[in-house]
Design a protein around this ligand. Structure first.
Ligand code: UDP
Length: 328
């Protein structure tokens, strides 16, 4: 298929582009490089530097591209920032997605894979989280993801869009050959921060809250390997049916605490990794992990990288060989 990929130079996007290319798809990456990295883009993909705000450029790319499908990874993802600057999030994550959907509608592109998030659930009533649980986001970031899911449902009903929203849990790890990985500025995610401490780039890992109602007092998340996420995108693409909007959790189904991540990183890196207990981070639910039964049954998706140490080791290969990220 000919696939338009917004945000294909970012962390999850670049791993997915590599997987799509390997599966024989013809990929056009559209990325403004505000958070993405040129070297992360698979050399077999075509690259257009562009912004989803630029509707004229988007229309030109769609006119020339004759795409069969679009994937959309281009979004802002800093929960704390979304609380402080909500309109920036509504603009980037919702208004720009609207531009893309308008363009798809005009050009008759009926398959859409969307990067959603477990943030749509807010503080879940129950774990593991099933897709039919209430959606009550607790921050603007989660609200923007849910708003796009609504647009997809309405578009499926009204003009025959086929859409799959993949609700990522915590994307983690890196390509097994160590050539792609996570490079955010500023870095806010736990595993890269832990590994930056191992590399001596930071003094200690701040642990955001040690008094949560969890077995060791720290937050529990579901860390899913980025290559397993990429596989889910490929399957979602194959299953995407015009007129239907689906949403799937993409997680391992296993919860891991902050302290367990740090312990795994100590084993993998052989470094002491000092920590510092600090205040809870506002808006952090104590426990999030997926019931991934729906995607398993519907698409036959199964995560392959279940071993926590293996996930952390893949991230370590990337960070230790690229201590300055893609600029190294
Ligand atoms: N976390 C932490 N220290 C950090 C960064 C994150 O204790 O420096 C915790 C955070 O509170 C959460 C977990 O690690 O419980 C994962 O956070 P991350 O930002 O990686 O992903 P999120 O779950 O927010 O999407």
């Amino acid at each position: 298929m000919k696939i338009f990929v917004a945000g294909g130079a970012g962390y999850v996007g670049s791993h997915c582009v590599r997987r799509l290319v390997a599966a024989g798809h013809e990929v056009t990456v559209y990325d403004n490089l505000s958070a993405g990295h040129r070297p992360a883009i698979d050399p077999k993909a075509r690259f257009v530097e562009g912004d989803l705000a630029d509707t004229a450029k988007l229309a030109d790319v769609f006119q020339a591209g004759r795409f069969d499908a679009a994937m959309h990874f281009a979004a802002l993802l800093n929960v704390g920032e979304s609380v402080l600057e909500p309109l920036k999030y509504w603009q980037n994550n919702v208004a720009h997605t609207l531009n893309l959907l308008h363009c798809m509608q005009r050009h008759g592109v009926r398959r859409f894979i969307f990067s959603s998030s477990c943030a749509v659930y807010g503080v879940p009533e129950d774990v593991p989280i099933r897709e039919d649980q209430p959606k009550n986001p607790i921050n603007p970031y989660g609200n923007t993801k849910l708003a796009v899911e609504w647009m997809l449902e309405h578009s499926a009903a009204a003009w025959g869009l086929g859409a799959v929203a993949l609700r990522y849990f915590n994307a983690a790890g890196a390509a097994s050959d160590g050539t792609l990985g996570e490079d955010h500025d500023p870095e806010i995610h736990l595993i890269p921060i832990v590994l930056q401490v191992a590399l001596g780039q930071r003094e200690s890992v701040p642990i955001f809250g040690t008094d949560y109602p969890t077995p060791d007092g720290t937050c529990i998340r579901d860390y899913i390997h980025v290559d397993d996420l990429a596989e889910a995108h490929l399957l979602a693409l194959e299953s995407c049916t015009p007129g239907r909007a689906e949403a799937y959790n993409v997680g391992t189904g296993r919860g891991t605490s902050v302290l367990e991540i740090i312990a795994a990183a100590r084993e993998v890196t052989g470094h002491a990794i000092p920590t510092l207990a600090v205040e809870r981070r506002p808006g952090d639910p104590p426990m999030l992990f997926a019931d991934a039964g729906r995607i398993r049954h519907a698409l036959g998706w199964l995560p392959r990288h279940l071993e926590l140490r293996e996930i952390v080791a893949s991230a370590w290969r990337w960070h230790s060989s690229h201590p300055g990220g893609y600029g190294t």
